[in-house]
Design a protein around this ligand. Sequence first.
Ligand SMILES: Nc1ncnc2c1ncn2[C@@H]1O[C@H](COP(=O)(O)OP(=O)(O)OP(=O)(O)O)[C@@H](O)[C@H]1O
Ligand SMILES: [Mg+2]
Length: 317
Amino acid sequence: MKADEGDNPLPEVEKAPLVVDVEFVETEEAHDAPLLNAAEQVSTTQASGPMHLPSSLPTPAGRARVVTVINQKGGVGKTTSVINVAAQMGLRGHKVLVVDADSQGNCATGLGVDKSKVRATTRDLILNPETAVNSRHATAVDNVHMIVGDRTLVGLEQEMLRQLGRERRLTEAIAPLLPHYDLIIIDTPPSLGLVTINALVASDGIVIPVQTEYFALEGLALLSGTIREVRAFLNPDLGVDGVLMTMHAPTKLNQQVATELRESFPDLVIEPAIRRNIRLAEAPSHGIPIHLHNPTSAGGQDYQDITSVLERRWRLG
Ligand SMILES: Nc1ncnc2c1ncn2[C@@H]1O[C@H](COP(=O)(O)OP(=O)(O)OP(=O)(O)O)[C@@H](O)[C@H]1O
Ligand SMILES: [Mg+2]
């Protein structure tokens, strides 16, 4: 049925300026191939508007650095980065606790933890902060412990709505663990619910994995707004520890986006970009991180290199 405009027609829709289509080339390009020519250039920064990512502060003495790995965009390599940075830090002798705040619970699989044998999870930790010590599990990597996320986290958001101090539950829960670890690293779901806010409130810094694709900077713009609000109301010291470029391939588009990220955030981008590498995708099916599965693969090398950068930034060296 055709809608009747009657005597009060709606005003005409506003025309947004159109963005030129970007040619997406999946084939491997020579590294010295020119980027898109001037006429084809699409500014990914213009598309996302102005944004500010505040730097983080050093870790207070005598306690773990708490870091949330976050991007509201899904499938950008958050969990892969948590697993492999944690594992690499553990292999270097640092004491690491992984907290999985995602109901998908993939960190457990990637770190070799059998979820069916787990009795206390991140949900228990948030609802009953006093259970923190007993919620930890050993993993396939020495020095790396974890608190497992699972499907019960889904209902938690609703339950928390009734609680006082609901944004600070995780901060409270991990407080007694801080002196016992060098690094507490929190994996988050691709959404901004109360559990993710809890992670941001508990953190000294955040690491943002971004896929070097066209929408990368849109995701960052969203996140910069989130950080601004968390700093204003809940955690004034929250800052960014680094931007990780993930699933990078030598296509024109990937390289153009990487260049824009480097130019926009020269102090925050962590080098090298992590290459797209099948070994990283297959390691979790063996229940082990890349450094045990295939340390000499491109993915293994890249995660070692970015861990060295983070080790310096977090002064864990
Ligand atoms: N560098 C890489 N090369 C190839 N595959 C990768 C790479 N990084 C991650 N992957 C694969 O891409 C998929 C998404 O990665 P991952 O689960 O780490 O993303 P995520 O941001 O945690 O996703 P979600 O938002 O759903 O939590 C997984 O199958 C993973 O194995
Ligand atoms: Mg994930």
